[in-house]
Design a protein. Structure first.
Length: 296
């Protein structure tokens, strides 16, 4: 899908390549949109959701590209076990593997004036926060702002209960076993076209592994009080009709941040995947307006 973008945009240069993961055991797929214009306003790093991949963020990328007059760079990464990267599907032994792979990606870019804007959806949001927590001082140097869309900070209680029941019945070390929840497009969005696209996408992992769910719960618990230490501008986008994330608790998380740095967007009738929802144009506008206001 993304290969068609260079036919639409005059100043777009597309690159794709693989890099070794931090552990050197897997290869990570990287996709770049680079502007041919001399001035670069922002460099967006887009981090996908659980079971997801970079291609599902084409609509977001196109909107940003147009709104910022093609004066931006965009980098996509498929995390290990997702999309075109190698690894057991939707499995990670330790959540910090994702964090270290993001750190590796950010280290690959030379130190230039353009700081990065992290945009994380769901799992990507949790990875972004975890990176900032672990590499706090570096994050301040490299990242100008962060957009989190329904980050996996608080999984809903029914998911926790199902998870805990299952763990009692299986060997604790059987982490690659599938978590018994089949993710469907209709769980994520109300847009019929995007639902069908999700359900038929061969790069989508419709199941999570037990280990991945366990690591998400563990990492989110580590981050619950971290908002009191966050001092990077943050925009939290929350869906009130999210099947996976407790939006009220995510909203409370924001209360710990300095008011001048914390911004929130609430979407009453939206599902988990705001970037593919019916009201995505409003979501995209909110992101653009917030970033533009930060840089005035």
């Amino acid at each position: 899908m993304l290969t068609e973008a260079n036919k639409e945009f005059k100043y777009l240069e597309l690159n794709s390549f693989n890099i070794k993961s931090h552990s050197k055991n897997e290869t990570l797929y990287i996709r770049e949109w680079r502007t041919k214009k001399n001035k670069v306003l922002h460099h967006f790093i887009i981090l996908h959701d659980i079971c997801d991949h970079h291609g599902r963020y084409e609509l977001l990328a196109k909107d940003l590209w147009l709104k910022f007059d093609e004066k931006i760079n965009i980098t996509f990464i498929d995390m290990k076990g997702h999309g075109l990267s190698s690894g057991t599907r939707s499995y990670v032994k330790n959540f910090d593997e994702y964090v270290e792979d993001l750190h590796l990606l950010l280290n690959d870019y030379e130190s230039i004036e353009t700081k990065k804007v992290l945009i994380g959806q769901g799992l990507g949001g949790l990875i972004a926060l975890s990176y900032i927590q672990k590499y706090e001082h570096l994050a301040k140097e490299r990242i100008s702002s962060v957009v989190l869309s329904n980050p996996l900070l608080y999984l809903k209680i029914d998911v926790h209960i199902l998870y805990e029941r299952l763990l009692k019945k299986i060997n604790r070390y059987a982490g690659k076993i599938r978590f018994p929840y089949h993710i469907k497009g209709s769980d994520l969005t109300h847009d019929r076209i995007r639902i069908e696209s999700y359900n038929s996408d061969p790069l989508i992992n419709h199941y999570m592994s037990i280990s991945l769910v366990e690591e998400i719960v563990r990492k989110s618990n580590q981050l619950l009080d971290y908002s009191y230490f966050l001092d990077i501008p943050l925009l939290m986008l929350l869906s009130k009709d999210d099947f996976l994330v407790n939006w009220q608790k995510c909203s409370l998380f924001m209360k710990g941040m300095p008011k001048e740095l914390a911004n929130e967007g609430l979407y009453p009738h939206s599902g988990h995947d705001l970037f593919n929802e019916k009201n995505r144009d409003k979501v995209f506008n909110d992101i653009y307006n917030w970033i533009s206001d930060l840089n005035r």
